[in-house]
Design a protein around this ligand. Structure first.
Ligand code: AMP
Length: 301
């Protein structure tokens, strides 16, 4: 039985190599470039689900050599958060990547990403001050720092991020512009369960009862969208979202539930064309985020 298991693992390794060090990842990427491939990159923290796979599919559709990083980045977790319990099903993830046609998995160690003596951080600006910012101190600094390092190591032509993490995607776009990375940032749509719940690695924490209650966020965002599309102002849409989430079973806490300008995360103004309805709630011990983008109808009062 053992030998069969080993053979399978060996086959998987040869089908989809795993780079662990900067040297390994740079060598594989250079080889792919030398063969004329463009490089597509999907950074993840693992515990892969269909949402992650949709980013990989997007990269595959561009005919790229696709690199997926799997790294639970400690600097983006605040001390009280779920770093130690975050799921790390590496063998499953590796198999999913192989089945999805990924060309290289980059799974660095903490020492690789944060070598001894490391002290440099990438500090985002105003985009990080609202929404999740105040509720997750240091989170976006950790995200920018790790993504900048991963971009330096993988040096992709484009990188795919999910609209599910709308604030993160905006901050990364800003960082790429400001730090002049020659990397296109592609933002892919949020994948959802049939009932609307956004796929998330953290959904695995939810009990059956919590899973039912978790839907309140999507219901509230949808009601906000409806309100905007019928011509209501953003303030009204925000009120509708709060009214909707309160009934029949409110979440255990609401970190925020807002309607903001989708380009800068600031209050919606006359000039706003696109609104981001965004929320973060707590169900039991689990923190969930979700959002919807709404293009405003042209004739608003
Ligand atoms: P994570 O592993 O949570 O850091 O997520 C890795 C990438 O997958 C990020 O760019 C996320 O925005 C994206 N992602 C997570 N959930 C979804 C989803 N439901 N639909 C689309 N993309 C997602």
């Amino acid at each position: 039985m053992n030998s069969m298991h080993e053979t399978t693992e060996f086959d998987l390794q040869s089908r989809l190599p795993v780079a662990r060090t900067p040297e390994q990842v740079r060598k594989k990427v250079a080889e792919a470039r030398a063969k004329g491939h463009i490089i597509g990159f999907v950074p993840t923290m693992g515990a892969l689900h269909a949402g992650h796979l949709s980013l990989i599919e997007h990269a595959k559709r561009r005919d790229a050599f696709v690199v997926v990083s799997i790294y639970v980045n400690p600097t983006q977790f605040a001390p009280h958060e779920d770093l130690s319990s975050y799921p790390r099903p590496f063998a499953d993830d590796h198999r999913k990547c192989a089945d999805a046609g990924v060309d290289l998995v980059f799974a660095p160690t903490d020492e690789t990403m944060y070598p001894p003596g490391d002290e440099t951080r990438v500090q985002p600006g105003a985009l990080a001050t609202g929404l999740c910012g105040p509720h997750r101190p240091g989170h976006f600094e950790g995200v920018c720092t790790v993504v900048a390092r991963l971009f330096n190591l993988v040096a992709p032509d484009f990188a795919c991020f999910g609209q599910k993490d709308a604030q993160q995607a905006l901050i990364i776009k800003r960082m790429v512009t400001d730090l002049q990375y020659p990397i296109e940032i592609v933002v892919c749509p949020t994948l959802r369960e049939p009932d609307g719940l956004a796929l998330s690695s953290r959904n695995a924490y939810l009990s059956a009862d919590e899973r039912t209650r978790a839907l309140c966020l999507y219901r509230a965002l949808s009601a906000g969208r409806e309100s905007l599309l019928t011509g209501n102002a953003a303030e009204r849409a925000a009120t509708v979202m709060h009214e909707t989430i309160a009934q029949p079973a409110p979440p255990d806490a609401i970190d925020y539930l807002v309607a903001v300008d989708a380009t800068n995360l600031q209050p919606v103004t006359e000039a706003s064309r696109r609104v981001l309805l965004a929320g973060a709630i707590r169900i039991g011990k689990t923190r969930l985020i979700d959002n919807l983008l709404v293009d405003l109808p042209p004739q608003r009062t």
